[in-house]
Design a protein around this ligand. Structure first.
Ligand SMILES: Cc1cc2nc3c(=O)[nH]c(=O)nc-3n(C[C@H](O)[C@H](O)[C@H](O)COP(=O)(O)OP(=O)(O)OC[C@H]3O[C@@H](n4cnc5c(N)ncnc54)[C@H](O)[C@@H]3O)c2cc1C
Length: 374
């Protein structure tokens, strides 16, 4: 822990959202002895970067949910923030309870389909059980279809096929190149090669036209998926959806009006302050910063925001956030990986060490001052 600052009694930082950005902010505030309240819908941090592994391997989900209370005790409140009262400088919870802030860090991140995301007002035990239930469905299934070939979808298909090579796995993607546009062509090609080598069937440049009629995440025999450009019908008994990540803007959209970009993110200046407000910061996926939405960037934002809160209290100049270069590691199942770091291609060995061996997950347990369960 760093040296504690002596701050005025009126200082109370409120962090809305305990994802990668929120826990990094909480860690730095705690280290500096600055009073804070962290609010999240769930009772535990979800390491969603490892959510897809937790969907195929029994026993893994317990490592991906870390109790906030055990880390932050009374500095954590479980609840959904439904609004921000800028006049009163409060955040308003679901049952109209208000929490006063001197400084506010908005870190509400993004939401998307389970299993990549799990943003429910559930207990840790319930959340873990829901992933364990999905593992059982994957184990029962004969033909798994993954819809969406962005970074989450390619990882999902690879995780299923690595863990259960005997299962038929099909990945359907609306575009022809796989994974994120920010990745170099050679990385995207390697991703495709890995999937094909593992035996994943690829259906590219096609959208599923009847996805909203399908049952997701539960085995159901002979589900028929229709494609928009091809008369071929794909039959599956388990469908996993990995598309449609959206920014969680509901709690601030009313308060900030024109400070909200068209995708729902909050417009920020170089210090990550919401435009026009010097005591309100937006960090992580919900900050309108032109860079890929990543856990690594989210925690970098949080560190800058907390440094700037400290600097403003000490009347020092504020720090500027420089957009990160694209570093992305994709875990293509436990024994494979690919990615790029600072624009340089990195292959299997590095990624397997960095990602597939639980290093990322154990770092979060350390950051939250707890020991990862075996
Ligand atoms: C399957 C998958 C794999 C990924 N893999 C990687 C990877 O390998 N590397 C990488 O860098 N990034 C990866 N990402 C991206 C990464 O997960 C996100 O960029 C990161 O989670 C953003 O962190 P965040 O703190 O901004 O938001 P989030 O992680 O989305 O957290 C937001 C938090 O806010 C809470 N919240 C939301 N609204 C409210 C409200 N109104 N009141 C109270 N609480 C609220 C939510 O419950 C949640 O805990 C992956 C994403 C997915 C989906």
């Amino acid at each position: 822990m760093g040296s504690k600052l002596s701050v005025d009694k009126s200082v109370q930082v409120v962090i809305v959202g305990g994802g990668f950005a929120g826990i990094a902010a909480a860690y730095k505030l705690k280290s500096n002895g600055i009073p804070f309240i962290l609010v999240d819908i769930k009772d535990s941090f979800h390491h969603n970067v490892a959510a897809l592994r937790a969907s195929v391997e029994s026993g893994f989900a317990g490592k991906t949910f870390i109790s906030y209370k055990d880390s932050y005790q009374d500095s954590f409140i479980q609840g959904r923030v439904k609004g921000i009262n800028l006049q009163k400088q409060t955040v308003v919870l679901e049952h109209s309870e208000e929490i006063h802030f001197s400084h506010l860090i908005i870190a509400t991140g993004s939401d998307g389909p389970f299993p990549g995301k799990y943003n429910q007002a559930a207990t840790r035990d319930t959340a873990i059980q829901i992933y364990e239930d999905l593992v059982k469905e994957v184990q029962k299934a004969k033909h798994v279809v993954v819809v969406g070939g962005g970074s989450a979808g390619v990882e999902m298909a690879a995780e299923v096929k690595t863990e259960y090579p005997e299962k038929e796995v099909t990945l359907i993607h609306s575009k022809v190149p796989l994974a994120d546009v920010e990745l170099q062509p050679c990385v995207r090609r390697t991703i495709k090669e890995i999937l094909l080598k593992k035996g994943v069937k690829l259906v590219l440049g096609q959208r599923v036209s009847n996805l909203n009629e399908m049952t997701l995440n539960v085995v159901k025999e002979n589900m028929e998926l229709h494609l928009d450009k091809d008369p071929e019908v794909i039959t599956a008994d388990l469908i996993l959806c990995c598309t449609g990540i959206k920014i969680n803007s509901s709690c601030y959209i009313e308060a900030f009006g024109d400070k909200v970009a068209s995708n729902g993110a909050l417009k920020v200046n170089d210090h990550l302050q919401v435009e026009g407000y010097n005591n309100i910061y937006a960090v992580g996926d919900c900050a309108d910063v032109k860079e890929p939405k990543m856990a690594y960037h989210a925690s970098m934002h949080a560190k800058i925001a907390v440094t700037n809160i400290i600097n403003s209290l000490m009347e020092k100049p504020l720090k500027t956030y420089k957009t990160g270069s694209v570093s992305m590691l994709l875990s293509m199942g436990r024994n494979d990986g690919v990615g790029q770091v600072n624009g340089i291609y990195v292959g299997r060995f590095f990624v397997t060490i960095a990602k597939s061996k639980d290093v990322f997950v154990s770092n979060s347990w350390k950051e939250m001052g707890q020991k990862m369960p075996k």
